[in-house]
Design a binder for this molecule. Structure first.
Ligand SMILES: Cc1ncc(COP(=O)(O)O)c(C=O)c1O
Length: 343
């Protein structure tokens, strides 16, 4: 091992994202992408950004057009918005801003596995605490934590909790709202009540722009101003800013696609339950299913061999399950065709 590298880097495992096959025909239900294309207005905005000399010049480092649009749509001042290359980058920036080397990050278990990686990249530790009744409880947070991440809705379970319960959280808190458009509530009103709360959002899920890489954080203006010092000046390119702004503008398109996804999710939940899977009620664009009578890993493998990719996850101390993204109706037909063969 190259000994000149930092010990925390050498010691960490690194994050393994869901498989992204680059060749072959695959029904991809493993990384919660939106099965529908982005708004036609997004395509128009990208084409417009390709004309003239936009690509020759650097992008707006502050993302002002996006921030004004998102601010208007969400009812938040633009100064309260930080732009990022996917919400993963925004989560990285927040970790760097808050967690000291040797510090402690807290996250519920099971949840998004990236939080541990972010802690380890920072030379900090990650301590997990359990959900109880699919809620988090402040008394469960490990003592000495510098930052807590809470995805709401949660991944992989799809469960959602009332964010008002998070107002008195004992540490600075990131509410990761990657899946918020698939549920009824959100935490935006908490921003005025606590300077220690940040919310992260993404264009990857409800807006169908996972390939563009655009996410953002919302927080108090004075906190966001400080976070801007940490980011790469040009972290969001011209095309992603144009696409994200147009996607935000077209709320009607996003809402219509979300309704289709929710209808398919209901169908998936009904049919999976009928096949003997145990489910949690999902508030996201995926379902989490488990079985008490057998391991689900062979089911994952069986589907994969037939060109259907779902996400198999196994959490020490909690157990294993399959996280299946909501897909196009015809892809879900294929999924159930194969599942009925097996179980
Ligand atoms: C809970 C959660 N947060 C954040 C992300 C990252 O989203 P982005 O594509 O914006 O980096 C994901 C992606 O799967 C996620 O599940």
């Amino acid at each position: 091992m190259p000994s000149f590298l930092k010990p925390n880097l050498l010691a960490m495992r690194g994050y393994t994202p869901g498989e992204q096959p680059q060749v072959g025909e695959v029904i991809k239900l493993n990384t919660n992408e939106n099965p529908y294309p982005p708004s036609p207005q997004v395509i128009e905005a990208i084409k417009a950004a390709l004309t003239g000399d936009r690509l020759r010049k650097y992008p707006d480092p502050l993302g002002l057009r996006f921030r004004e649009t998102a601010g208007r749509v969400l009812g938040v001042p633009p100064e309260c918005i930080l732009i990022g290359n996917g919400s993963d980058e925004v989560l990285t920036l927040i970790t760097r801003a808050i967690v000291p080397e040797g510090g402690l990050v807290a996250a519920p278990m099971p949840s998004y596995l990236l939080y541990r990686t972010l802690a380890e990249q920072q030379g900090a530790r990650c301590a997990e605490f359990p959900f109880r009744n699919w809620r988090v409880h402040p008394e469960d947070v490990p003592a000495g934590a510098h930052l807590t991440f809470i995805p709401n809705p949660n991944s992989p379970t799809g469960t959602w909790m009332d964010p008002n319960a998070l107002l008195e959280w004992p540490t600075p808190l990131v509410i990761d709202e990657a899946y918020v458009d698939f549920t009824a509530g959100h935490a935006l009103s908490l921003l005025q009540k606590s300077e220690r709360i940040l919310i992260t959002r993404t264009l990857s899920k409800s807006y169908s722009l996972a390939g563009m890489r655009f996410g953002f954080a919302l927080g108090r203006a004075d906190v966001i101003e400080q976070l801007y010092k940490l980011k790469d000046s040009y972290n969001c390119d011209v095309l992603s800013q144009a696409a994200a702004t147009a996607a935000m503008e077209d709320q009607a398109y996003m809402r219509a696609r979300v309704q289709q996804i929710l209808a398919t999710r209901d169908r998936m939940e009904r049919e999976l339950a009928a096949l003997g899977f145990q489910l949690l009620p999902s508030q996201a664009n995926f379902v989490w299913c488990q079985r008490h009578d057998r391991s689900v890993q062979p089911i994952y493998q069986f589907l994969k061999e037939r060109g259907i990719l779902v996400r198999y996850m196994n959490y020490a101390g909690y157990g294993e399950g399959l996280r299946i993204s909501v897909g196009l109706e015809e892809h879900i037909d294929r999924l159930f065709e194969e599942l009925r063969r097996l179980v």
